[in-house]
Design a protein around this ligand. Structure first.
Ligand code: DX5
Ligand code: ZN
Length: 216
């Protein structure tokens, strides 16, 4: 079953818990936590304290997307704050094998994220170590951008690469996903879809989540 991961980046931070409860009631599986440092990406969002503020208040699986330099320095903070899975960008990790082992040493799931311009062959050696690969379908930094069409073929190729290697690694896709293109993303092979603005910037979150579910 395909999982839905609303990104709280597009939530109203003054009503964060309310918004989280709303998507939880609507039946999503994951909560996508977009962390930006203003260096790796040209925007600053929030850090571990925001995740910690939700700890124990939601049953949703927390999927942390670190768009930051030197992620090794902050992995423990996010684990302590309640992360269930940590995504690090391959472009930010010169020692990706070490970083993945570090994440796993805390007993949480580990994933590698690729920017739109990063080819999937960069995953070749690390793939057997991963629980998930996150393919960016926009250049990271902002919510509300348009889906980059070539991602669809990239998902198909990654799915084949995982299958050919006999692995169980899941594929998450993030950026510009909406009701009009979600079917294309899922048909290509996405196991988890992230949606920020398409879920939170709608008048009725419950109806929007149900509309997404119908298209999966
Ligand atoms: C982009 C973030 C995404 C983003 C998704 O830098 O990683 O998770 O918030 O937002 P939408 O769905 O609005 O593109
Ligand atoms: Zn994200």
């Amino acid at each position: 079953m395909v999982k839905i991961a609303p990104s709280i980046l597009s939530a109203d931070f003054s009503r964060l818990l309310e918004h989280v409860k709303e998507v939880e009631r609507a039946g999503v599986e994951y909560l996508h936590i977009d962390v930006m440092d203003g260096h790796f990406v040209p925007n600053i969002s929030f850090g571990a304290p925001i995740l910690k503020s939700l700890k124990g208040k939601t049953k949703l699986f927390t999927d942390v997307h670190l768009m930051i330099e030197n992620p090794d320095l902050y992995v423990k903070d996010f684990v302590d704050a309640g992360a269930d899975l940590i995504n690090v960008h391959i472009e930010a990790c010169p020692h990706i094998h070490r970083t993945i082992q570090l994440i796993k040493s805390y007993g949480v799931r580990a994933a590698v994220t690729l920017n739109p311009g990063t080819p999937i062959h960069t995953l070749e050696e690390i793939l057997p170590e991963l629980d998930m690969v996150l393919l960016m379908s926009v250049n990271p930094g902002f919510g509300g951008q348009s889906y980059i069409k070539s991602t669809t073929d990239k998902i198909v190729r990654l799915k084949k690469m995982i299958k050919d290697a006999g692995l169980n690694c899941e594929i998450e896709v993030d950026g510009g996903i909406n009701l009009d293109n979600v079917r294309e993303v899922v048909t290509a092979g996405a196991d988890i879809i992230v949606a920020g603005s398409a879920i939170f910037n709608t008048p009725n979150i419950d109806e929007t989540v149900k509309a997404f579910r119908q298209r999966l």
